[in-house]
Design a protein around this ligand. Structure first.
Ligand SMILES: C[C@](O)(CO)[C@H](O)COP(=O)(O)OP(=O)(O)OC[C@H]1O[C@@H](n2ccc(N)nc2=O)[C@H](O)[C@@H]1O
Ligand SMILES: Nc1ncnc2c1ncn2[C@@H]1O[C@H](COP(=O)(O)OP(=O)(O)OP(=O)(O)O)[C@@H](O)[C@H]1O
Length: 282
């Protein structure tokens, strides 16, 4: 059997998210602050000589060829012209439709992992560009550093916000990103803010009001976590998060909410687990 390469696909949080306007193509101009979590999916890759891409562990409800992992692998094959393929195994940990970027992160890990395995030598810029074609959130996972993002999420300025421990609650509803971005009541006229200093105090999420209105489970999670710390929505939800100074405090709060809420505790991280692992391989 070929050697396998196993790599993490971490989650992200949007520490703030402001919507500045809507472009002619329907996509929204935004400003958002991305930080990674030391928590995520795991992917394993083994090269195939016959050029086939096979996701061995499929996600129920997501057709094989629509999975962002398979789409990312095909795009990399096309760009590089490699004759190699891959068997790919996914250990899915992150909730789907959670606003913590699981699918996007899987796609980025696939691009970096297969570029490494196939020895195709793509630049980070090339991989980020392929990634943007798969989703607005993919480039930040390719770059692997916490970032202030503008445009539709692709203009990235690396930043180093504080790295607290987070409680992330996972309300048991999947929120459609497209539905929230097309909501008539969405705030779309926030004033642009400056990148530096890192906008930690200016940290609202413009999607939160419409998500709370449409999904009572999300409002409930925000209210419950809000009893302990400032609680906020990530992306278009459904997940909500709050920061704590240490792991013990975060664990305690999650335990107190455990009767009615599903969630996890994870450390915020400005260098993604994926990039830390890849560096250790070089
Ligand atoms: C909400 C965020 O998660 C914040 O990080 C992202 O902006 C969304 O990123 P994503 O899930 O990778 O989004 P995509 O898969 O590119 O787009 C999903 C849908 O969201 C809407 N969309 C997304 C990003 C953006 N800047 N404006 C949009 O209007 C579009 O209707 C699109 O059809
Ligand atoms: N590998 C994958 N993992 C998760 N979802 C995938 C994957 N491939 C395709 N999808 C599809 O993408 C949809 C969104 O998944 P994802 O986990 O990225 O949502 P999200 O966390 O809300 O994303 P974001 O934070 O980028 O808005 C899923 O409902 C699923 O249909």
């Amino acid at each position: 059997m070929n050697a396998t390469l196993t790599l993490p696909a971490p989650a992200k949080l949007n520490l703030m998210l402001h919507i500045l306007g809507r472009r002619a193509d329907g996509y929204h101009e935004l400003q958002t602050l991305f930080q990674f979590l030391d928590h995520g999916d795991e992917l394993s890759f083994a090269a195939r000589e016959d050029g086939e891409i096979r996701l061995v562990t499929e996600i129920p409800g997501v057709p094989h060829d629509s999975n962002l992992i398979v789409r990312a692998a095909h795009k990399l094959q096309q760009l590089t012209g490699t004759s190699l393929g891959a068997d790919i195994w996914l250990n899915k940990v992150l909730p789907m439709g959670g606003g913590i970027g699981g699918g996007s992160s899987d796609a980025a890990t696939t691009l970096l992992g297969l570029d490494h395995l196939w020895n195709t030598g793509c630049s980070e810029d090339q991989l980020a560009e392929i990634g943007l074609g798969l989703g607005a959130d993919v480039p930040v996972f390719v770059r692997g550093h916490a970032a202030f993002a503008e445009g539709v999420g692709e203009k990235l300025t690396p930043v180093d916000p504080h790295e607290p421990w987070y409680v992330v609650l996972v309300p048991q509803v999947a929120v459609s990103t497209a539905e929230i971005f097309s909501h008539p009541l969405l705030t779309r006229n926030s004033k642009p803010i400056k990148v530096r200093p890192v906008p930690e105090g200016n940290s609202r999420n413009d999607c939160q009001a419409v998500v709370e209105q449409s999904y009572p489970e999300v409002r409930n999670a925000l209210n419950l976590l809000g009893k302990f710390t400032e609680a906020r929505l990530t992306g278009t939800g459904s997940c909500v998060f709050g920061a704590f100074p240490d792991k013990a405090e975060a664990d305690k709060v999650l335990a107190l909410l455990a009767e009615t809420q599903t969630g996890f505790v994870a450390k915020g991280s400005n260098v993604s687990m994926l990039h830390r692992k890849l560096r250790s391989l070089r």
